[in-house]
Write a new protein. Structure first.
Length: 469
C-alpha cells in the first residue's frame, strides 16, 4: 500500500524526477529514467518505487554515518591537540625541574670538589691523602651520574647536539689518560694506552663527547677490575676526508656471561625494546650513534671485557705549533691578574679566592650584578668571573651593561668568563650571546679555570701586594 501511495504521488508531480534520478545514480542503481519517467515514456511501477525508496533510505543512512564520523574525527583531533599541548607543557616542566636540580646539586659539589683539590696540594699524611682522594673520586662519580641524567633526558627529547670544532686527537686521549691513570694507580692497576702513530692528529668533531664516552668506559673498566691492567688502543680507518676512529678498552676484570652482556649492552636490533641496563652505557650509546658510530663489547666470565666504540670525524689541516699541552697545570702569567669575581655564594667565594690567591692574583668580590657593574666602572680589572644566577641583576644583564659601557667610552674589551652551575644545552650559548668570552660549569675544575682566566693581557701596574678587597 505504501508503494502504491508513493507511486501515485510521484506520478502526479513531474518535478521530482530529476531528484529521483540523482538518488538512483548515487545509490549505484542502473538508471533508466528521463526527465518525464522511463526512457520509453512509461511511469515506474510499485516495484520501482520500492527500489527508489530503498536507495533514498541508503543514501540518508550513509549521509548520517558520514556526519557522525566527521564529528568523531573532529573530537579525536581536538583531544590529540590537547594531549600534544599537555605533553609539551610536561616536557617543559621536566626540563625546568632538571635544570633546577642540576643547579642545586652543582653548587655544593663545587665547594666539596674545590676545597678537596686545594687541600690535596698541601703536605698531607698518606692516610689523609688517601681519604681525600676517595672524596674526590666519589664526587667525580656523582658528577658523572648527574651529567648522564641530563644527557639522557636531552637524548630522549631529541635535544642532544654535537659541537664540532678542531681538536688534537692525542691531546684529548692524553687528557683522559691523565685522569684515569691516577684512579687506576689508586686501585693498584696497571694502565697502558697507545694511539696508532699512522693516525692524523688534527681532527674536526666533538672532542668533549668523545672524551665523555671514553672516560665513562674507562671508569667502568676500573670499577669492575680488582687486579691486573687496563689497556686503551686507538685506531682508525680513513675514507676520503673522513676518519672512523675506533677506541678499544680492555680490562682483566670479572668479565660477563653472554646473558649479562646482552643485558648490559643489548644488540642494535633489541635496544629499542630493552635499553642498556647501566645509565652510563645508555648515554654512551646515544652519543656514539649521534657521532655516526656504534658501541659493542666482548666479554667472558673471569677473562675480562673489551668495549669498543667508533666515531666519525673529519681530518683537519695539521697546523704546526697549534697544539696545547694538557694534563698539567698551566704556567703562571707574567704578572698577577686583577680579577673581579661576581659571586653571591660564600662557599664559592672561598673556593675561588683560595685558587686565585695561591696563584698570586688579586681578587675583588661583587655580591650581585649591579655591584659588579659599578665596581667595573670605577675600578681597573683584567678579567671578570661572572656568576649567572645572582640576586637583583643577574650575570647576563650585568655583562650586557658592561659591554654597553665599553661601547660608549670606547675602551678595551675586558674578558668576562661565565662561572655558573647551569650546564644544560643552550646555557653556554646564552652566555656567549650576552657578551661573555668564556664559560665554565660548576663544579670548578682547577686547570680549566686557570686556562680560562690566564689569557695574555696588556701590561699594567699592579697593586702593592696580593689580597682580597
Amino acid at each position: 500500500m505504501l508503494a502504491l501511495a508513493v507511486h501515485s504521488r510521484l506520478r502526479a508531480s513531474g518535478a521530482v524526477w530529476p531528484a529521483v534520478r540523482a538518488v538512483l545514480v548515487l545509490a549505484g542503481a542502473p538508471c533508466c529514467l528521463s526527465a518525464g519517467g522511463f526512457q520509453d515514456g512509461t511511469w515506474p511501477g510499485p516495484a520501482s518505487i520500492l527500489m527508489i525508496a530503498a536507495a533514498v533510505t541508503l543514501s540518508v543512512g550513509w549521509s548520517w554515518r558520514l556526519r557522525r564520523l566527521r564529528r568523531q574525527l573532529a573530537q579525536v583531533q581536538a583531544e590529540a591537540d590537547h594531549l600534544r599541548k599537555e605533553l609539551d607543557r610536561n616536557t617543559d616542566l621536566a626540563s625546568r625541574l632538571l635544570a633546577n636540580v642540576s643547579h642545586e646539586i652543582r653548587t655544593p659539589m663545587n665547594g666539596i670538589l674545590g676545597m678537596t683539590e686545594l687541600t690535596l696540594t698541601e703536605d698531607l699524611t698518606p692516610e689523609h691523602r688517601a681519604n681525600l682522594q676517595l672524596v674526590r673520586s666519589s664526587t667525580h662519580a656523582l658528577l658523572s651520574v648527574l651529567n648522564n641524567v641530563v644527557d639522557l633526558s636531552h637524548a630522549q627529547s631529541g635535544r642532544l647536539q654535537l659541537e664540532v670544532c678542531c681538536f688534537s686527537l692525542r691531546d684529548q686521549v692524553q687528557e683522559a689518560v691523565s685522569v684515569i691513570r691516577d684512579r687506576a694507580a689508586e686501585r693498584g692497576l696497571l694502565f697502558r694506552s697507545e694511539v696508532n702513530p699512522a693516525l692524523p692528529d688534527q681532527l674536526e668533531g666533538d672532542p668533549f663527547r668523545i672524551r665523555q664516552v671514553l672516560l665513562g668506559l674507562l671508569n667502568n673498566a676500573i670499577k669492575f677490575t680488582q687486579s691486573g691492567e687496563i689497556r686503551l688502543d686507538v685506531n682508525g680507518k680513513k675514507s676520503g676526508g673522513s676518519l672512523e676512529l675506533q677506541f678499544s678498552i680492555h680490562d682483566t676484570g670479572i668479565g660477563m656471561s653472554p646473558e649479562q652482556l646482552a643485558l648490559a649492552l643489548p644488540s642494535d636490533a633489541a635496544q629499542n625494546s630493552r635499553p642498556p641496563s647501566g645509565l652510563g652505557l645508555a648515554v654512551a650509546r646515544q652519543l656514539v650513534t649521534l657521532m655516526g658510530g656504534r658501541l659493542w663489547a666482548e666479554s667472558k666470565p673471569g677473562a675480562g671485557s673489551t668495549f669498543h666504540f667508533t666515531a666519525t670525524v673529519s681530518v683537519a689541516p695539521d697546523v704546526p705549533g697549534d697544539r696545547s699541552v694538557r694534563g698539567a697545570t698551566p704556567k703562571p702569567p707574567a704578572r698577577p691578574l686583577r680579577v673581579l669575581v661576581a659571586e653571591d655564594n660564600p662557599l664559592n667565594q672561598k673556593v675561588i679566592s683560595s685558587i686565585l690567591l695561591k696563584r698570586g692574583h688579586y681578587m675583588t668580590v661583587a655580591m650581585d650584578g649591579c655591584s659588579a657593574v659599578t665596581m667595573y666602572e670605577h675600578g681597573e680589572f683584567d678579567v671578570v668571573l661572572m656568576d649567572v644566577h645572582m640576586p637583583g641583576m643577574d650575570g647576563l644583564a650585568a655583562t650586557r651593561a658592561i659591554r654597553e659601557k665599553e661601547a660608549r667610552r670606547g675602551g678595551p674589551r675586558i674578558r668576562i668568563v661565565a662561572l655558573t652551575a647551569d650546564a644544560l644545552d643552550g646555557d653556554k650559548e646564552r652566555c656567549i650571546e650576552a657578551g661573555m668570552d668564556g664559560y665554565m660549569a660548576k663544579p670548578i675544575d682547577l686547570e680549566t679555570m686557570l686556562r680560562a682566566l690566564e689569557q695574555p693581557v696588556e701590561p699594567a701596574p699592579a697593586p702593592a701586594s696580593p689580597g682580597k678587597n
